[in-house]
Design a protein around this ligand. Structure first.
Ligand SMILES: [Zn+2]
Length: 451
């Protein structure tokens, strides 16, 4: 998930942040989170160097604008959950951890001092700033979901995940964009990204036939991304349509493409059929090129997001396609409210999931409950992730990475503690599972050469 410039949003909304007294129930949960986790397993998890499956980090290029294909500034303002609001004490804790912020408040004078520290460290570190951040948060390798790579984000510590929704949208998107006020803002960004991909290939306009479009635009773009070091391609399709990518024949898709390639507005049914075909084509090509396919599945964000369309069960038909079994799929954000549905998809041999965004939006006890179910069933298919991104002024990606990594480790410790106490796993097996989730599952999936 991507939620940026939250501070701007809060100002735009009148800064209506509720200052509530914690309920006794919340106190109980917090006490359990603090005292509930086994200290040894907590310490063990704290030492694991993480592989972070999902983030949108900034490069060190001034004014970097490639960190997201659908930057959510365009659909602001919308209300964000409490955990992402500027007064969440986690931000203060992150300032202390990353920048050695010595104060217990965020007064104007102290924040000015902090900004000075941030600028000094960014300047001192230069191109090594992103890697310096990884050292602060205990992450060895971070996958960064960006339109393009950028300075400071080189392998082996940074691995690129590209965006491919634009390739699914070669026809006019005007009618699709009219289906919600958010989509009206988002579809033009996909149009522009397809233009960028085509101009990289020196293709001036969409070819007349689907076959030519696949050969001249889709496959060469994916091949170029793979050559550029891409380890996975990402679909943010849930922002634009529902995730039910059905099987559609090449003949049907070709007919639709040819009819509208030059001009005209396809009907929703026609465009959906073409997109369904292209989704499976792209996923098959990604598999051939040894790139995983990441899929956004979460109940948000935005004022008009359609949560029902982001249910991972909608992907089952694609997951069951025998021609896609060479492709590894990752349900990014674990399905959110559909976490158990995401868990059901783990039966598929080529499907796994990550806990990104949940690590920012869920408390450790809540995330521990979700994790427990998955870890009991398929511990080799659960990946740690942060969804670290810049969340506005004074809320850079490095702070979100620290918060999410802290929460993720705490939740994992709680879940594994419960599993040890219930006699479900031995301490040794719990440590093995912790290592798998925090690093080696991703290491195996992406064939990373971990230290
Ligand atoms: Zn994301």
């Amino acid at each position: 998930m991507k939620t940026h410039t939250i501070a701007t949003f809060l100002l735009a909304c009148g800064g209506a942040v509720l200052a509530c007294t914690p309920s006794p129930h919340a106190d109980a949960a917090r006490t359990s989170a603090q005292s509930g986790a086994d200290p040894e397993i907590t310490a063990f998890i704290g030492r694991i160097r993480a592989v972070d499956n999902h983030s949108h980090v900034n490069s060190v290029a001034p004014g970097d604008s490639d960190q997201d294909a659908l930057p959510l500034e365009v659909i602001l303002p919308f209300e964000v959950p409490v955990q992402l609001r500027p007064d969440n004490p986690d931000w203060l804790a992150a300032y202390k951890a990353i920048y050695k912020y010595p104060h217990a408040d965020m007064s104007d004078a102290h924040m000015d001092e902090l900004r000075g520290t941030m600028q000094r460290i960014a300047k001192e570190q230069g191109d090594t700033f992103p890697a310096w951040v990884l050292d602060q948060v205990g992450t060895e390798v971070l996958l960064t979901n960006r339109v393009a790579k950028g300075p400071g984000l080189a392998p082996p510590r940074f691995r690129w995940v590209s965006y491919v929704d634009a390739l699914m949208l070669p026809l006019s998107t005007r009618a699709e964009a009219a289906t919600s006020p958010d989509r009206e803002k988002l579809f033009p960004l996909e149009d522009r990204l397809l233009q960028r991909y085509m101009s990289n290939l020196k293709v001036a306009k969409c070819p007349a036939t689907l076959d030519a479009y696949l050969k001249m635009v889709v496959t060469p773009t994916l091949e170029a991304q793979q050559k550029g070091g891409c380890v996975a391609v990402k679909f943010e399709a849930a922002f634009l349509r529902s995730l039910d990518f059905e099987e559609v024949s090449a003949a049907t898709a070709s007919k639709i493409y040819s009819k509208y390639a030059a001009a005209g507005e396809p009907s929703h049914a026609d465009y959906k059929a073409l997109q369904d075909f292209l989704f499976r084509y792209i996923a098959r090509e990604a598999g051939r090129l040894r790139m995983a396919v990441h899929l956004h599945s979460f109940n948000g964000p935005g004022n008009f997001f359609r949560a029902a369309g982001a249910d991972p069960l909608l992907l089952e038909s694609a997951f069951n396609d025998p021609t896609l079994r060479q492709t590894n799929f990752v349900i990014v954000h674990g399905g959110g409210i559909y976490a158990s549905h995401a868990g059901a998809m783990l039966w598929k041999p080529n499907v796994c999931l990550d806990i990104s965004a949940m690590t920012l939006l869920y408390t450790p006890p809540k995330l521990a409950e979700v994790l427990r179910d998955w870890l009991t069933q398929y511990p080799e298919k659960v990946l740690f992730g942060s969804d670290a991104a810049a969340f506005g002024p004074d809320k850079g990606w490095e702070l979100a990475a620290w918060i999410a990594t802290k929460n993720g480790r705490a939740a994992l410790a709680l879940a594994l503690t419960d599993m040890i106490r219930d006699g479900e796993v031995s301490r040794a097996r719990a440590e093995e599972i912790a290592t798998m989730v925090m690093r080696t599952n991703a290491g195996t999936l992406y064939k990373l050469d971990l230290k």
